[in-house]
Design a protein around this ligand. Structure first.
Ligand SMILES: C[S@@+](CC[C@H](N)C(=O)[O-])C[C@H]1O[C@@H](n2cnc3c(N)ncnc32)[C@H](O)[C@@H]1O
Length: 233
């Protein structure tokens, strides 16, 4: 890749409000996560790493401090990545963490809701704990736009919080998600209050769920979606 690794774009006029500001969290993000969820979020992000060895070009949206990106670059020595995040500080941390593999990352400091895919077609799109920063309409619009940038055999990997059915969902998962939204509202100005139904949005964009795994009683999920239906045996 010969483009400069971090392209800082001023946001063009958009119908959306300003994205939340995660700059102040970049340095402490990993510690915050380890104190609250231990190793579970990273397990979730890396759940399908083994399925991604054939991928060559990825768009990774809102990866924050880049722990997944670093793992993906290590696991797949040929993949090239467009990393999109509205936080310049997060992107710098991501590039530092990628170390010698940073040459395979093109960083785009942009609002993903209006970002125009830079190097389509992608055979991989990744959104780990990012779609929950968007409203359902925003996820639908993003999914529709990125679906057009995904190759026929392309994959979309998602990690998210979820509120499962039943008592655990009602008494544990729902309050935890509520607390997370309040905390990020205070720390970053995130205005979204509820988990969007990302599955409905991805399905509406013509993607098919391949596999879903869950942890912590269903509070955490990882999914792999594909642009074409699974072949019947
Ligand atoms: C909750 S953090 C998740 C970080 C990481 N993916 C993880 O798994 O922990 C959300 C990340 O998305 C970025 N972000 C939030 N809204 C965004 C938007 N509209 N466009 C681009 N990036 C955004 C934030 O700057 C932050 O780095």
């Amino acid at each position: 890749m010969n483009a400069s690794p971090l392209s800082l774009r001023s946001s063009k006029k958009s119908k959306y409000g300003a994205p939340p500001n995660f700059n102040g969290l970049a340095r402490i993000y990993r510690c915050m996560e380890l104190v609250t969820f231990g190793p579970w979020l990273q397990r979730c992000r890396c759940a399908f790493l083994g399925n991604l060895s054939g991928c060559r070009r990825a768009a990774v949206l809102g990866d924050g401090d880049g722990r997944f990106t670093a793992q993906l670059l290590r696991a797949n020595p040929v993949i090239e990545i467009d990393a999109v995040d509205s936080s310049a500080t997060m992107l710098r941390t991501l590039l530092r963490r990628a170390r010698h593999n940073a040459a395979r990352v093109r960083a785009h400091c942009a609002d993903a809701r209006t970002w125009q895919p830079a190097n389509p077609p992608y055979d991989l799109i990744v959104t780990h704990f990012f779609l929950d920063c968007l409203t359902e309409n925003e996820v639908r619009s993003l999914a529709g736009r990125l679906r057009g940038a995904l190759s026929h055999a392309g994959l979309w990997v998602v990690s998210e919080f979820a509120i499962p059915e039943g008592a655990f969902g009602r008494w544990v998962a729902r309050p935890v998600v509520w607390l997370l939204y309040r905390t990020f509202w205070l720390l970053t100005g995130l205005s979204v209050r509820n988990l969007p139904d990302h599955a409905a949005a991805l399905s509406a964009a013509g993607l098919n769920l391949r596999e879903r795994r869950s942890w912590l009683g269903g509070l955490l999920i990882a999914e792999i979606w594909a642009g074409f239906p699974a072949q019947a045996n």
